[in-house]
Design a protein around this ligand. Structure first.
Ligand code: PAF
Length: 284
C-alpha cells in the first residue's frame, strides 16, 4: 500500500508545502490536470518524478476554458479514484481547489496569448485558450514549481503555455510528455469515456488516418492534397464533423505552403463522433 496522499484545497496550504520542500533543497515538479485520470496523466507524473524529488498534481475542472455549449457539466469527475491512482504513481501532493479558491468574487484578470492561439482549436473553440492561459498562469504562480509537465496530446495548448511562460518570465521549465495511446492508436483522453461501443472503433481511425497522412508528408507529398485526403478519409470512416486537419510549423504553428514540407512540422486534427470531440496530432 502506498502512503496516503495529502490533498490540499487552498493556495496557502499548497505554498506552505512547496516552501518546506524548497527549504530542504528539493526540486518540485508539477502536473496540472482536470482529473478523470488515465494512463496518459500517470505517464506525465512519472516524467515529473524523473525531474524532481517532489511532485504536485492539481485537479481542477476549469470552467473558463469550456464554451457555453461544451461539456463542462458532463466532464467526468472522479477525485477519490484519481487520488488513489496518484498515490500509486508516487505523487506527493494533490492540489484540488474549489472554483471560489481559483476565481474569488471580483476576479477580473485574464491572460490572452496572441498568434499561436488563433488557428485550429482557437478558431473552433472561441475563448478556450484564454481560459487555459489564465488558469495555467495562476496554477504556475500558485505552485511555483521548478518543472511543469503537459501532454503533447494537447499540442497547441503546450505551445501556448511555452509562449506565455517565456512572455511573462515565469521561472519554470516546461516539459512535453508523449501521447499515451490505446492499442489501435487512439490517444487516451478523459473524453473517451463518452464514446459508445459502436463509436469506439471509429475513434481509433483518427490516429490511423493521421499516421497515413504523416507518412505521405514524409515522402514529400504536398500538404494541401494530404490535408484534403485526410478530411475525406475521416468523413468516410464515420466522423460526423471534421473541425480541421492541418499541417503546421512545429514550434509556432504557422501555416505552411501547399507544397511538400521543408522543416519540422506537426499534423493536427479535431473531429466529432456522436457527441464526442476528439483531437490528435503527430510529428512530421
Ligand atoms: O490539459 C488540461 O487538462 C487542462 O487544459 C489544464 C492544462 C489542466 C488547464 O486546465
Amino acid at each position: 500500500m502506498p502512503p496516503p496522499l495529502p490533498v490540499v484545497r487552498t493556495v496557502a496550504e499548497l505554498r506552505a508545502q512547496v516552501a518546506a520542500w524548497r527549504r530542504a533543497g528539493e526540486r518540485v515538479g508539477f502536473v496540472p490536470t482536470m482529473g478523470a485520470l488515465h494512463e496518459g496523466h500517470l505517464s506525465l507524473v512519472r516524467l515529473a518524478l524523473e525531474r524532481a524529488q517532489r511532485v504536485v498534481v492539481s485537479i481542477f475542472v476549469n470552467p473558463t476554458q469550456f464554451g457555453p455549449n461544451e461539456d463542462f457539466d458532463a466532464y467526468p469527475r472522479a477525485e477519490a479514484r484519481d487520488v488513489e491512482l496518484l498515490a500509486q504513481a508516487g505523487a506527493h501532493l494533490v492540489f484540488a481547489p474549489g472554483a471560489a479558491e481559483m476565481y474569488p468574487e471580483g476576479f477580473s484578470t485574464t491572460v490572452s496569448v496572441a498568434g499561436v492561439t488563433e488557428p485550429l482549436d482557437g478558431a473552433a473553440r472561441p475563448g478556450h485558450f484564454t481560459g487555459v492561459a489564465t488558469v495555467v498562469t495562476k496554477l504556475l504562480l500558485q505552485c511555483g514549481p521548478d518543472v511543469a509537465v503537459f501532454g503533447e496530446k494537447d499540442y497547441q495548448q503546450l505551445q501556448v503555455i511555452r509562449r506565455l511562460v517565456r512572455d511573462l518570465d515565469i521561472p519554470v521549465e516546461i516539459v512535453g510528455g508523449p501521447t499515451a495511446r490505446a492499442q489501435d492508436g487512439l490517444a487516451l483522453s478523459s473524453r473517451n469515456a463518452y464514446l459508445s461501443a459502436q463509436e469506439r472503433p471509429v475513434a481509433g481511425q483518427l490516429n490511423a488516418i493521421l499516421r497515413t497522412a504523416a507518412g505521405r508528408l514524409r515522402s514529400g507529398e504536398p500538404v494541401a492534397a494530404v490535408e484534403a485526403d485526410a478530411v475525406r478519409a475521416l468523413t468516410e470512416a464515420g466522423f460526423r464533423k471534421v473541425d480541421y486537419v492541418e499541417v503546421r510549423a512545429a514550434g509556432d504553428l504557422a501555416r505552411l505552403g501547399p507544397g511538400p514540407i521543408e522543416a519540422p512540422a506537426r499534423i493536427l486534427a479535431a473531429a466529432h463522433i456522436g457527441r464526442t470531440r476528439l483531437i490528435d496530432n503527430l510529428a512530421v
